[in-house]
Design a protein around this ligand. Structure first.
Ligand code: ADP
Length: 412
């Protein structure tokens, strides 16, 4: 069966068509600037690549264009949309309602709507993507796969915040965690790769990309994760500040600065401060130059003090989470690095593991040069350290296939 994986944003729609017979990627693409001047589609099928610029007023038009190019005589890979057995959608926030992926029906759509306040930027866009595909592919099953679902096994002591309990009971204020599809894929794949059972294993997954999160996985189930009610909590990220004293929000709201560092002269709103914490902080905010870890590395290697500080903060933050999750699980057997930084940045991996010999983790600098699936720990390391490239699209496609063929997700 061929499964279409869709990730809809407020002005974009990413897609990938996967042949589940062998899990082969047939084509992928991105519709950008939906509803904005300059909208375009970028599409590739193997070596063949094309770009189309045209007016794309809404998500339905984007979905139509996606189907058109997938059936194109030159760049397409299918003859008819009937070949698409089902569509799997990435949905950011499933709140506490979703512990696993589901077939989309009216109740599921309402539950996604109920989560709008928890994911105000993403969930409405994700639902738009679902509804657009429903319209242009009538009768094709649609599946929703949630970024939060894998973390729903966290115990209350890990997901509760220390604010009055009624905020969780009435307003659902708690830790949810994100990147769940990646954490789930990687936690399964690493065990398969090492030929071990997830049962009895204590795994720490470091998903390090533009957005970064760690998770502690014991017996295949998530015990804790670093992102919270929103993806702002946890590690220092590309443009997000990660965890800090909540009083910082009030202090900055009352004493905001202009871009040039001089006082703005009047207070700003909490929303304004959170925008700054989400979009102008992290590696970008500390270095003052870039949110991209490759740029930070080049600058730091050339002696830039602010980029060096940003990199040191990131490394220190990852180490602290690894230490705390190892303590929380009573030890650690496997540490995994994944996503853009985790898969490609050997320097950062080496620095993170450096000094963790006390808890049995030791890196092999030669093995660590990899960018592929590999064990990178030394032969005498008690903890196995690995690089496992993430593949959220495959996980979404597998869930979609399972739900439409057996009604149930395997290995949730
Ligand atoms: P997203 O969270 O947007 O999916 P990615 O997982 O693509 O992000 O990660 C982006 C980060 O990964 C950037 O900071 C980038 O510097 C880093 N990165 C991506 N590819 C490479 C590479 N080949 N070498 C080093 N760093 C990389």
């Amino acid at each position: 069966m061929k499964i279409l994986v869709v990730n809809a944003g407020s002005s974009s729609l990413k897609y990938q068509l996967i042949d589940m017979d062998g899990e082969k990627e047939l084509a992928k693409g991105l519709v950008e600037r939906i509803g904005i001047e300059g909208s375009r589609l970028k599409h590739s099928a193997g070596e063949k690549k094309t770009e189309i610029e045209q007016e794309i007023p809404d998500h339905e038009a984007a979905a139509q264009l996606m189907l058109k190019i997938l059936q194109d005589p030159e760049y397409g890979v299918i003859k008819s949309t009937d070949e698409i057995g089902a569509v799997g959608h990435r949905v950011l926030h499933g709140g506490s309602a979703f512990t696993a992926s589901v077939i989309v029906n009216d109740a599921a759509k309402q539950a996604i709507r109920d989560c709008f306040p928890l994911g105000p930027l993403h969930n409405p866009a994700n639902l738009m993507g679902i509804e657009a595909c429903e319209k242009v592919m009538k009768g094709t099953p649609q599946v929703a796969v949630f970024d939060t679902a894998f973390h729903q096994t966290m115990p209350p002591k890990a997901y509760m915040y220390g604010v009055p309990k009624m905020y969780e009971e009435k307003l659902h204020v708690r830790r949810y965690g994100f990147h769940g599809t990646s954490h789930r894929f990687v936690s399964r794949r690493v065990c398969e790769f090492l030929g071990v059972s997830p049962e009895g294993k204590r795994i720490i997954i470091c998903h390090l990309g533009n957005g970064s999160s760690l998770s502690a996985v014991k017996d295949g189930k998530c015990q804790d994760t670093s992102m919270g009610l929103t993806p702002l909590e946890g590690l220092l990220m590309g443009t997000r500040c990660g965890s800090c004293d909540p009083a910082v929000v009030q202090f900055i709201a009352n004493n905001p600065l202009k871009e040039d560092g001089t006082p703005l002269g009047h207070p700003v709103s909490v929303d304004d401060v959170l925008t700054m914490m989400n979009k102008k902080s992290g590696l970008l905010g500390i270095s003052g130059k870039s949110s991209d870890c490759r740029d930070i590395d080049s600058l730091a290697d050339a002696g830039d003090p602010d980029a060096t500080l940003a990199r040191e903060m990131l490394i220190y933050g990852i180490k602290k989470y690894i230490g705390s999750y190892a303590a929380a699980m009573g030890g650690v057997d496997i540490i995994v690095f994944t996503a853009g930084i985790g898969e490609n940045n050997a320097y950062l991996r080496e620095r993170v593991i450096d000094g963790l010999e006390f808890m049995g983790a030791k890196i092999d600098p030669e093995k660590n040069k990899t960018r592929k699936e590999a064990v990178i720990s030394a032969c005498d390391s008690k903890v196995t350290v690995c690089v496992i490239p993430t593949n959220e699209e495959i996980m979404i496609a597998r869930d979609t296939l399972d739900l439409v063929t057996t009604g149930k997700v395997r290995d949730n």
